[in-house]
Design a protein around this ligand. Sequence first.
Ligand code: SF4
Length: 207
Amino acid sequence: MKIEWQGEITSVQPRFRLLRSFDQRHHVYLGYALRVRGSVAGEPGEAWFGVGKVSQQKHQFEVGQTASGQARPVVDPRMESADFYKVSRLAIQCRQGTVGATPPWHGPAPPIETYRERGHRRLFKRTYHSAACSSCIWGARMPVEIVVDQWNPDQKRYRFETFCYGPKSCSRYRAGPTRKVPGRRGMTYEEEDWVDAELTAHRGADD
Ligand code: SF4
């Protein structure tokens, strides 16, 4: 059943899913997530809404706009960064966004290809939630599906990880502890700092 929502957009971020299997990882590019503060299913509150790439291209969602629509609760919250998706009857009441000169960075989120090309670094979960990274276009909270044993792919674990696609010089950035991925027979893979360094080596500090 669809719910009605309406309110101010307080964040626009990539809506990606991360699949891990020991030291292997790849992404599923679902689109974008809009955080809206206002009325959700008739109650005051805040929630994340998943929209597609085409919808972002068309509406150029950004922080400060007000919008409304309908949406469905996600079927499997372990696999989604949004609370609701399949958005319909979308309407933008105020198109004027708010852009500041310091992080967190607002404005319309870039194309998905830009995120892919930039690559990400791990972002401390606490920083994501406390230092406004949750409203930055370069921040991302991804659902993670871990295949613990590739010979027994039904054995999975789920969690969320936070990342930053933004400039490496950002004053708000904190990496936080390295991430550990469980593997078969009790083994653990530790994703060390060089992984992020290599993935973002093509960018300068301020890019
Ligand atoms: S650390 Fe990253 S996500 Fe946070 S404000 Fe800076 S660029 Fe944005």
